[in-house]
Design a protein around this ligand. Structure first.
Ligand SMILES: [Fe+2]
Length: 361
């Protein structure tokens, strides 16, 4: 358990556990770690034999054991509970009925427990609005182990589970939507500029490897990944005749192509991409010595995403066949990039490129 969720250990009471758990709602968190910590705290402060979080999987109509905390050391998670075939289990009864199921003595109830010595069963359904997440489940080896007041607090804790699970679900939806948006944009651009998508994927992959090598942290690595896919998206606002024109471009045509970083920012801003992604796209043609475009930024003025993309894109162009020349071998390209370190490229980014194992890309 990390220091952030140490607060969940030995809470003393369900009320204390709830108060500590609520603090995680507004923080970045590792969902699995917090849920595990809450289950452990709940089992310990209620003296229960086991505490489980079962998640509802609607396509298979089952409850599966997402996290479990048990008093025994060597107990595996039980198998899934089928909503159709396990109607005599408290978790299935709670979820299908939409309300808490309390069994004061399992020997008199006819319901099945998960652990052999259990007497009291408590299953609290976990909903958020119309969305069914699962069931919070407790089993205690004493009969009548939970009084009405503690049950109310455990139900409130079920509400906390619902909020945490809803937050994770929403993050996943935003991530998936973001990915679909990027896929759609790159595929559309590829229709008018063949090779766009393959180049974008390679640049993204090299840029991510550089960012990881620089130990920049998950958030920046994610921004570098998305920015890599989208770095040339502004070219969809440039005339196709120019993009596919064989031979050299006129000065006017070069000016037109050079608008693509700004067009990229213009396109991405209203779509809600992270500022680091947008700024990476807008600055990937800036140069370390200030001779780049569109703004002539210099050194650290250039966002780190843009500095990484500049190296990644140049490296990909050098190591891919171009209409005007054959591709370079990796070693030649690395030497070429190194020769522009401190002029065109940020030296720390170039150093990171040298540390990459290209066989793993
Ligand atoms: Fe570009």
């Amino acid at each position: 358990m990390t220091s952030d969720n140490n607060a969940l250990e030995n809470p003393g009471s369900v009320q204390e556990l709830l108060i500590h758990g609520l603090a995680f709602i507004a923080r970045p968190f590792d969902s699995n770690e917090i849920l595990k910590g809450l289950l452990k705290g709940l089992r310990e402060c209620t003296g229960s034999e086991r505490a489980d979080l079962l998640m509802f999987q609607s396509d298979m109509n089952i409850l599966f054991f997402s996290e479990s905390d048990t008093a025994a050391y060597d107990v595996d998670k039980p198998g899934n509970l089928s909503m159709a075939d396990s109607k005599n289990s408290a978790p299935v009864k709670a979820l299908s009925g939409g309300h808490t199921v309390l069994v004061d003595d399992v020997r008199e109830s006819g319901l099945l427990s998960l652990s052999s010595g259990a007497r009291t069963l408590l299953s609290v359904p976990v909903f958020f609005g119309e969305r069914t997440h699962g069931v919070l489940n407790l089993e205690h080896n004493d009969a009548k182990a939970f009084d009405p007041e503690i049950i109310r607090w455990i139900q409130a804790l079920g509400g906390l589970f619902a909020m945490l699970l809803e937050r994770s679900w929403l993050s996943e939806q935003v991530f998936n939507l973001n990915q679909r948006l990027i896929d759609t944009m790159t595929e559309t651009a590829n229709e008018t500029d063949p090779g766009f998508k393959a180049h974008a994927e390679r640049v993204s992959s090299i840029a991510v490897a550089i960012a990881v090598q620089m130990d920049l942290g998950e958030e920046t690595v994610d921004a570098v990944r998305d920015s890599g896919y989208l770095h040339d998206i502004g070219k969809s606002g440039v005339s196709q005749n120019i993009l596919v024109k064989p031979g050299s471009l006129t000065l006017e045509e070069i000016d037109e192509v050079r608008k693509h970083p700004i067009l990229g920012r213009f396109l991405l801003k209203p779509l809600g991409f992270q500022p680091a992604v947008i700024e990476g796209v807008a600055s990937h043609h800036e140069r370390w010595d200030g001779s780049g475009y569109p703004r002539g930024l210099k050194g650290d003025q250039i966002p780190i995403t843009g500095r990484i993309l500049a190296v990644a894109e140049a490296f990909d162009v050098m190591t891919s066949d171009q209409p005007y020349r054959k591709k370079m071998i990796l070693e030649e390209a690395v030497i070429e990039i190194q020769s522009h370190s401190g002029e065109q490229f940020d030296p720390t980014v170039v150093d990171a490129l040298l540390g990459i194992n290209f066989k793993e890309l």
